[in-house]
Design a protein around this ligand. Structure first.
Ligand SMILES: [Fe+2]
Ligand SMILES: [Fe+2]
Length: 271
């Protein structure tokens, strides 16, 4: 998956610069965190799928190699700090019975998200300080400014899930990372991760039941659409009137992945 992602970068010199960094960070992150993941957290393929989407968007947006290095570091290191997830479904269910408890649950969800982002940023700094560049002994795997940018993006990478209009399109590296990460719940492995995650009842869904897949993808598309309201009144320019995508390539991938399922898009159209 990392090979295919790198092949999306057109310039051979850029690919040659990115390859050792991608290989070293992906291997270490997988060994240290991703391979130990539980179903409650996420599937270990998450970062690899996000990496592929991020390279497509970064290339289409003509990010320079320094920007692509930031994106590489963020894609592999943004979700290394696991939290116990509180879903919007759980909050909505609780709201029907006890509004006060639902409000407390929402506060707790926000606190955990912040812990997840800050913990991920700390892990990223530690790992990027620790790893040597494979071809340049004695030198860090990435320069200090790339490390700092990566940590700053990770420290806010899920703010959009807390209702904030983040990131702004002017922060192009953060925007690439955001769109690539937001596409995950539409990818087949992302939908599978949702089905496998134990729900409130403690049971995962029946992954052999096509109806569960249809329900999950409809839910995931709807949830993505709801976040568009975060940017109301900001003047940000989107690719359509309902989705959260601002880059042309992110939007193309969104339509393509959503179209895989034959589900109508939030604007009512189908691919
Ligand atoms: Fe995250
Ligand atoms: Fe993620």
């Amino acid at each position: 998956m990392t090979r295919r992602g790198l092949l999306l970068v057109q310039d051979p010199a850029e690919r040659a610069e990115l390859r050792p960094v991608v290989d070293a960070i992906a291997a270490t992150t997988f060994e240290r965190w991703l391979s130990r993941r539980t179903a409650e957290d996420n599937r270990p393929e998450h970062e690899f799928v996000v990496f592929g989407a991020a390279m497509r968007i970064a290339e289409a947006e003509r990010l320079p190699v320094s920007g692509k290095l930031v994106v590489v570091c963020v894609t592999f290191l943004h979700d290394t700090y696991a939290i116990h997830r509180i879903t919007e479904t759980a909050i909505r269910d609780r709201m029907k019975r006890d509004a006060e408890l639902a409000a407390r649950l929402r506060e707790e969800k926000a606190r955990q998200r912040i812990e997840h982002m800050e913990g991920g940023a700390r892990n990223a700094v530690l790992l990027l300080c620790e790893l040597e560049h494979p071809d340049r002994p004695g030198q860090p795997i990435v320069a200090g400014d790339v490390r700092e940018r990566c940590a700053a993006i990770i420290a806010a990478h899920d703010c959009w899930k807390l209702g904030k209009p983040h990131p702004a399109a002017s922060d192009r590296e953060a925007l690439v990372c955001f769109e690539a990460d937001a596409l995950w719940p539409l990818h087949p492995l992302g939908v599978l991760a949702d089905l496998e995650r134990p729900g409130e009842s403690g049971d995962p869904k029946d992954v052999d039941d096509p109806d569960e897949w249809r329900k999950q993808i409809r839910h995931n598309l709807e949830t993505l659409r709801e976040y568009r309201a975060n940017w109301d009144g900001t003047g940000e320019v989107f690719q359509d009137s309902v989705s959260i995508f601002r880059t042309a390539e992110g939007h193309r991938l969104y339509r393509e992945w959503a179209g895989l399922w034959g589900a109508p898009l939030p604007d009512g159209s189908r691919l």
